[in-house]
Design a protein around this ligand. Structure first.
Ligand code: ATP
Ligand code: MG
Length: 437
């Protein structure tokens, strides 16, 4: 994409209303714009990252055997009356009336809707186990939306729901999601620690939050310093015993959120117990028959007797992840995108747009990058070199290739790795190989 034809409204100055670095950088780099309190438009660059994160989430859900569907954002109040949550859910629920005076709401989550959909078509034990998920906008009328997309009112969530015949099966579904989450966050360059958590209003007795450590995080957390962030995730997810042992080892009272802080204390972690702040990027729950029972769901078991399915739900804050990744990966110059989620792999800079030889060489390399399938943002604008460098650092593409007259005299271009700042001079062919490797 040529920058001269793109829409990338970057800002030089830090916006005064943003308190944390990810929010500042998202505004400065032209990723998002606030359109109302806690509601954001995703500008082209931010939208590309959002879609990449969403795709990683989708691939890992699919790999775990979950099946994608798409439920609407608008829901009927009657659906929520079936579970009893319409009155129980507080002012965070945005309640709306349609022209016929019917009570509607903008969904904050989808337990009721998925239970109704699955209930109306699952008949027998052969229809289970199933895990269904969607990636859809949610609305929660947060009392204090803040930190940009970290705590928005409208936000994108992946939510999955599992249905099993018994508690043991439900535990297996839970464990499969647990491992899928570790893989998902690792692919984005994040180390997210699973921590025992309170189940809150969703109910149930088994729950983990996945927390990215960051001083600006909103959650107070406790973890054992031996938390193995580099642990291999090679476990056979269909081997129940192996999976249970794997998850069990990872959750052996080594980490917990504030409400559960007694757990790691009791585990006698001593001075290995660390206290920190963190960002909740995912949350998984096993809550048994809470919704299936309340909403009258049952299937015929293998022995002909009715069975009430055991359920779990599994959320990932897809839009919050942009903020979490930036909190974890930036420097004074701006964002440093991990390769897997970067909006473009390469930023190509023509130092001298007014020099016909540089322009021809840059156009040529741009064509080669495109032909090689390398996602490239080409700064072909008539701007000072210094301004172009600052913009490229700010938007944080993993590679920069700089074309200037001195290099061309020597037959080289400069390749810079954004994360390390390391610069090398390479021939065009070698530069191509380096950034596509
Ligand atoms: P929090 O404690 O941060 O308010 P929650 O526990 O209410 O979140 P869940 O119901 O567990 O949230 O939702 C699943 C995921 O959705 C969370 O782990 C988080 O990543 C994301 N999420 C929740 N609320 C918001 C929000 N207001 N803005 C952005 N992402 C959110
Ligand atoms: Mg939560």
């Amino acid at each position: 994409m040529r920058m001269s034809r793109h829409f990338l409204p970057v800002m030089k100055e830090s916006p005064a209303d943003a308190q944390i670095v990810s929010h500042k950088l998202m505004l400065r780099a032209g990723l998002i714009r606030q359109t109302a309190a806690g509601i954001y438009a995703w500008l082209p660059l931010g939208h590309r990252v959002l879609r990449k994160i969403e795709q990683i989430v989708r691939e890992e859900q699919d790999r775990a055997g979950a099946i994608e569907l798409l439920m609407p954002t608008m829901q009927s109040a009657d659906l929520w009356r079936e579970s009893g949550r319409y009155d129980a859910y507080g002012p965070e629920m945005l309640r709306i009336k349609d022209r016929h005076d019917r009570e509607m709401l903008f969904g904050p989550t989808n337990e009721e809707m998925i239970t109704a959909i699955f209930r109306d078509s699952a008949r027998s034990y052969r229809d289970l186990p199933r895990t269904l998920y969607h990636i859809q906008w949610k609305f929660r009328d947060e009392v204090r939306p803040r930190f940009g997309v970290m705590r928005g009112r409208e936000f994108l969530m992946k939510d999955a729901y599992s249905f099993d015949l018994d508690a043991e099966g439900a535990r297996q579904s839970y464990n499969q999601m647990f491992v899928a989450y570790l893989r998902t966050f690792r692919r984005m360059g994040l180390s997210a620690i699973p921590m025992q958590a309170d189940t809150g209003p969703i109910g149930g007795d088994l729950s983990h939050e996945f927390i990215v450590l960051a001083p600006t995080g909103e959650s107070e957390v406790f973890y054992h310093e031996n938390w193995e962030k580099d642990r291999s995730l090679a476990v056979d997810a269909d081997d129940r015993a192996a999976l249970q042992a794997f998850v069990g080892a990872l959750t052996a009272d080594y980490a917990a959120t504030d409400e559960k802080r007694d757990l790691p204390r009791e585990a006698d972690a001593g001075d290995k117990l660390k206290q920190s702040r963190g960002i909740e990027v995912g949350h998984i729950f096993y809550f048994g028959t809470k919704y299936s029972k309340a909403m009258g769901m049952s299937v015929q078991g293998p022995d002909g007797q009715p069975v009430i399915p055991e359920m779990g739900s599994y959320g990932i804050g897809v839009s919050r992840l942009l903020g979490a990744i930036i909190e974890a990966s930036h420097d004074d110059g701006g964002i440093i995108w991990p390769d897997a989620v970067a909006p473009y792999a390469v930023g190509l800079i023509n130092m001298r747009a007014d020099d016909a030889r540089c322009a021809a060489a840059a156009d040529d390399l741009y064509a080669k990058l495109q032909a090689a399938g390398v996602e490239t943002l080409y700064d072909d604008r008539d701007e000072r070199g210094g301004a172009k460098f600052a913009t490229m650092d700010l938007i944080g593409l993993p590679w920069q290739i700089v074309i200037g007259p001195k290099g061309l005299d020597k037959g080289v271009v400069e390749v810079k790795r954004r994360a390390t700042g390391e610069k090398v001079e390479l021939s065009v062919e070698d530069a191509l190989a380096r950034v596509s490797g």
